[in-house]
Design a protein around this ligand. Sequence first.
Ligand SMILES: [Zn+2]
Length: 440
Amino acid sequence: MNPKASASPGVALAGLLLLLCGAVQAADIVAAKVELTPAEQEMIAWIDERGDQMLAELGSHVAINTGTSNVAGINSYRAGLAEDLQRLGFATREHASAPFEVLTCEGGEVEIADHLVATRTGKSPNRILLNGHMDTVFPAEDEFQSLTVEPDGTLHGPGVLDMKGGIVVMLNALRALEVAGYLERANLTVLLTSDEEIGSLGSRELIEQLAGEHDLGLVFEGTRDNLMTRSRKGLGQVRLKVTGREAHAGAKHEEGVSANLELAHQVIAIEQLTDYESNITVNVGVMRGGEKRNTIPGCADAYIDLRYPTVEAGQALVGAIDTIATKPHISNPEYPDVPRTEVWTRLHRPVKDVNPEVDALIAEAMGLSALIAEPVAGGMYSGGGTDGSIAQAVGLPTLDSLGLDGQGAHSSRETTSLKSLMARTKLAAVMIARQIDKQP
Ligand SMILES: [Zn+2]
């Protein structure tokens, strides 16, 4: 969505700020007037007693490394989550994704750990999909591997925010719902994917299929500034592989065609596709080429990130990159078939537009959280994507960012707080309870 298209002057200003900081709080969602029922208060009191257990549980989740490529780590984490959900009456199954080839000079396959699907059926007419991911960006060999609890309640660890904290919120909200008697009438599916951090390249079809079988999606990704996510940019990824011609850098320099030089030209042209005014960014995050100082490089590759406000803008970017990549910038008349560039593209996160049902849920979350703790401040436009964008793009209204509040995701500075863990678990329990009892 383009926030500048909204009507109020406040939002026009917000659109301007968006250009400066990439994300902004929407001013036009007003907290709903709500009261807590006795059953909801019972859940809140139950959660209040569980701070130590929840903290210990988060510590044990963080201690299992689940970097996307650590299939064994994710397998072990998933087994524990399946047991937790089975104890709550869910039937669980694993869903496999085929490995896929990557377009790089070395080639090779990416293996994806199985995803977890857990279902529980009851009388509620409202079928709810609870969604999150098990993987993190921290590989098994990273130094950042455990939870630290600081004296002020700051929680520091890999995935505390993105999004093991959100999984602990979801599990404990489900336990509270069981204690208060909601769970037996619920129609719930829990989907925890294992490849979100590489763009859900293996789980997309599963997400789309489950989205089609439900009425509402709730995503437990983390957030910042206590906002819910109202809408999101679309995301894409592109890989380039340039083939040149190797030659001795001294004796036969003129017989070489440098893949590095060709890729360098392409990278400069591709980076120029960034257009802040149109909310479009391109980042060549990885470029590699060559093997030896004294050889003209015969292969180079790049891995590129795209962010855009509309489907059309995403497709236009892909078209522009194709044009840049397929018309060589250098040439050697003796070897007309090189340089040659292969392109692999995925628009892996659809644009998540503003949705009236989601806005109503944000208003409800704002009202409820003001009664519970840590008031939700509003809805934001985010430059990041999640599995919720995929679900909503196939028609499932999806509320994102029910997980923990914090900062520094994807870095060794990743933190959240015990206060947020408590507040968000209570909010999730009450929000899910209301959806279970919602009549169509
Ligand atoms: Zn995440």
